[in-house]
Write a protein that binds this ligand. Structure first.
Ligand SMILES: Nc1ncnc2c1ncn2[C@@H]1O[C@H](COP(=O)(O)OP(=O)(O)OP(=O)(O)O)[C@@H](O)[C@H]1O
Ligand SMILES: [Mg+2]
Length: 259
């Protein structure tokens, strides 16, 4: 792991790190006795350990990227297939700003208080959103398993390197058409609005676009669903427009979707 990434990760943790001595007995669960990362807190290490004994993963290879509230780890399953492990950080209690995306969603009406519960619920919400999309035939990473703050899904990319997002790709009119049709399908088929739809959260794979980061996605019955939809359409339109791709009027797209 690079120094910058380590620093970024270290800044996320609270003082509940497991000491080296306590950690020792867990090491065998990981490949060649290697400690996965210096920043995982004990409950998260225990969760990963349970995933190993449950044969969800065989081992963890290391971290791939650090987001604002989550770290993406590269795991490998018993069949040597790569697995993406999105680990929500309980210690970054920046979760207040997430409340609007959960409160108001009838699927999550009995919300327990406390950061940890909110983080666990958020992870579960992302898993559920991914499953709803997958069942509706929308291209998302196939969700595999959820427990506590760890979400396992298919790894999109190769050898532990994620596929490029739209931001880092050469893009075409066809990508724009796909990006819009994904928004439409999310709404009509999965009954969801993404809520954070942008060039950062869409992979461009050899087989077309794959949308991810669905923690913010809300049910259509959410009181702000239409507002989030409008924002999603505006964001993606702005991106393609900036790259010189001819785009439709975002308001027309919005009206067409909700009519
Ligand atoms: N299924 C996956 N396969 C491979 N890589 C993935 C997968 N899901 C996420 N990633 C990688 O991890 C990064 C962060 O994922 P994601 O956007 O879901 O988390 P986040 O907490 O919202 O991060 P950020 O704050 O950067 O948006 C992605 O940009 C991507 O590189
Ligand atoms: Mg993201």
């Amino acid at each position: 792991m690079t120094d910058i990434l380590s620093k970024k990760l270290e800044s996320k943790i609270d003082n509940k790190l497991i000491s080296k001595s306590k950690r020792k007995h867990l090491e065998d669960g990981f490949k060649k006795g290697k400690v996965v990362n210096e920043v995982l807190d004990k409950p998260t290490v225990m969760t990963l350990y349970k995933m190993i004994t449950d044969h969800i993963i065989a081992y963890v290879n290391g971290s791939v990227s650090a987001g604002k509230e989550s770290v993406l780890f590269w795991g490998v399953d018993d069949n040597n297939v790569n697995v993406a492990l999105k680990i929500y950080l309980v210690s970054t209690s920046n979760f207040k700003k997430r409340e609007p995306y959960i409160l108001g969603d009838p699927r999550f009406s009995n919300l327990k208080k406390g950061t940890k519960n909110l983080v666990y619920l958020w992870a579960k919400k992302e898993f559920r959103n991914l499953s709803q999309c997958h069942d509706a035939g929308i291209p998302v990473p196939n969700p595999r398993y959820i427990t506590n703050n760890v979400l396992a899904m298919d790894f999109v990319g190769e050898n532990g390197t994620p596929c490029k997002t739209l931001l880092d790709s050469q893009i075409t009119k066809n990508d724009y058409d796909q990006a819009i049709s994904i928004i439409q399908d999310l709404y009509h088929k999965a009954k969801l609005v993404h809520g954070d739809y942008s060039e950062y959260n869409i992979f461009k794979t050899d087989n077309g676009l794959v949308v991810f980061d669905l923690g913010s996605a809300v049910d259509l019955r959410h009181p702000n669903a239409q507002e989030f939809l409008k924002r999603d359409i505006n964001n993606i339109t702005r991106f393609f427009n900036k790259r010189g791709i001819p785009v439709e009027d975002p308001n027309t797209i919005f009206e067409d979707i909700v009519k």
